[in-house]
Design a protein around this ligand. Structure first.
Ligand code: GLC
Length: 483
């Protein structure tokens, strides 16, 4: 949309700074493949390579797994507690309660504050839906814990926190065993529940995607579980010979699900696009210098990138000048505050086609108390599109590269590839999914085959999937040859 000439060149330049070319996508995919290998090799975690964390999940569900399990899911602003009844025919029944995590527990001095809150919420869920868990005489209910932060996993039910991401900051929890923390707080409340599995949300999404998918009907295999929500990350199945850092693999295992923690792809910025705004946003975070890929893609950051650009344009006297004068020399409080511009707002601005962007005027007024002129709204819309476009194109890099990487695992099978995805950005942001697929096609990972690539939204995947873990383990114990 047309802008007056004091603005046009600046906005055009910004659009160029955020543009991602086809050549870049291809080069970045090669680099991602190389970074995966480095992460699978390196025995120690370091900022230099992707974590590529072995999860001790050694098989992918078939859909025949059965049983009733509890799932607890912590990964962003909400804590979810569910019971999942797996029917053994790709279907399940889910009962769930959702609790908002109080801000003061996300950044606290002691981990016990957060974990005792989680245990209390599990207790209220059980009081409501499963009173049998209070009876000591019965077998404990088995609980899978989805904990969506980088964890150094040493067994299915053991793992220590490497570092917090996505705005959490409780230094006391780092290096501690996450299952122990939860179990200890459940024991204090005398709840008859045993934490039997710990999994990242991406692992859950992969497993629930595979559980629910019936390849005979969809003609597709689920090869990746990915999240594009508050954060971004993905998990996939890797063959053992490609995981040299795994010194004592479980007996009989042929491979293992890997939690890539791709949010940390290219932390040293060898190839990723960098603008001064990315640097400002990074400097505002608790995990500065880490997860720089995530900080260009996921829901927690898109709004913040836009906000810091707007502040910069304002400082250059390009926008909000009348407003500044009218307010006697200040900007609306919310715009001046970090993290106050929610990415959900961007999803409305992105597709506003009303005359003079009147819809956006209302939205900005309501959410940020920000009055705008027509030109300012055009600026905001064009920047929103530039930021989200970059995010969607970058999101294609890990997905396409993993498809390329696992191609050989499926060489004797003619089914399509399916990415099981969850998270607000991929689910709700207008055009995001299609933009990912367009860029995946540019990388063209399945060149030379007739297979196609699909994105499937795997709703509640992270919770359902962690319930599949214990069921899967029981299946494996019954039928070890299925590994
Ligand atoms: C962050 C976390 C990762 C999680 C992702 C999506 O990147 O580090 O563990 O999977 O967010 O929730």
């Amino acid at each position: 949309m047309y802008l007056p000439h004091h603005l046009e060149p600046t906005i055009k330049q910004l659009e160029e700074d955020f543009a991602i070319s086809d050549e870049f996508l291809i080069k970045a995919s090669d680099f991602f493949l190389q970074s995966m290998d480095e992460g699978l090799k390196a025995p120690e975690q370091s900022r230099e390579h992707m974590p590529m964390i072995p999860t001790y999940v050694t098989a992918i569900p078939t859909g025949k797994e059965k049983g009733l399990y509890l799932a607890a899911d912590l990964g962003g602003t909400n804590f979810r507690v569910c019971s999942v009844d797996l029917k053994g025919d790709h279907t399940h029944e889910l009962i769930q309660n959702k609790y908002r995590i109080p801000q003061e527990l996300m950044k606290a001095s002691s981990a016990d504050k957060l974990f005792s809150y989680l245990a209390q919420k599990i207790e209220s869920f059980l009081d409501e839906h499963h009173t049998e868990a209070k009876e000591k005489s019965t077998q404990p209910l088995k609980l899978g814990f989805t904990f969506s932060f980088p964890v150094n996993q040493t067994n299915l039910d053991e793992g220590t926190l490497i570092r917090w991401t996505k705005g959490f900051d409780i230094p006391d929890a780092v290096d501690r065993d996450i299952v122990d923390l939860l179990q200890a707080n459940l024991t204090v409340l005398e709840i008859n529940v045993k934490v039997v599995a710990l999994a990242n949300d991406t692992v859950g999404t992969l497993l629930s995607g595979a559980y629910q998918n019936n390849p005979a009907e969809t003609n597709a295999n689920t090869i990746v579980g990915a999240i594009f929500g508050t954060g971004t990350n993905g998990a996939y199945f890797e063959t053992l010979e490609n995981i040299p850092k795994l010194k004592n693999p479980p007996p009989g295992a042929k491979g293992m699900v890997i939690n890539t923690e791709w949010g940390s792809f290219d932390n040293t910025l060898k190839i990723l696009p960098r603008t001064k705004y990315d640097e400002i946003v990074d400097s505002e975070t608790a995990n500065k210098g880490y997860h720089l890929f995530e900080k260009r893609i996921s829901g927690m950051f898109l709004g913040e990138i836009l906000r810091v650009i707007l502040i910069d344009l304002f400082k250059q006297d390009l926008i909000f000048t009348d407003l500044y004068k009218a307010r006697g020399g200040s900007l609306p409080h919310r715009l001046a505050q970090p993290w106050q511009l929610d990415s959900e707002v961007l999803s409305y601005l992105q597709i506003d086609d009303s005359t003079d962007l009147k819809m956006s005027e209302l939205i900005l007024q309501n959410t940020l108390r920000l009055p705008t002129t027509r030109d300012e709204r055009v600026v905001i819309q064009r920047l929103t599109q530039a930021i989200s476009n970059r995010a969607a194109k970058l999101s294609a890099i890990p997905l396409a590269t993993i498809a390329k990487r696992v191609k050989d695992q499926y060489k004797d099978d003619d089914k399509d590839f399916e990415f099981g995805c969850d998270g607000s950005v991929v689910e709700f942001y207008p055009g995001f999914r299609q933009a990912i697929l367009d860029s995946v096609n540019v990388i063209d990972p399945l060149k030379g085959t007739n297979k196609k690539i699909h994105i499937r939204i795997s709703k509640d995947g992270s919770s359902v999937g962690v319930a599949v873990v214990p069921a899967l383990v029981e299946e494996i114990q019954k039928n070890p040859h299925n590994l």
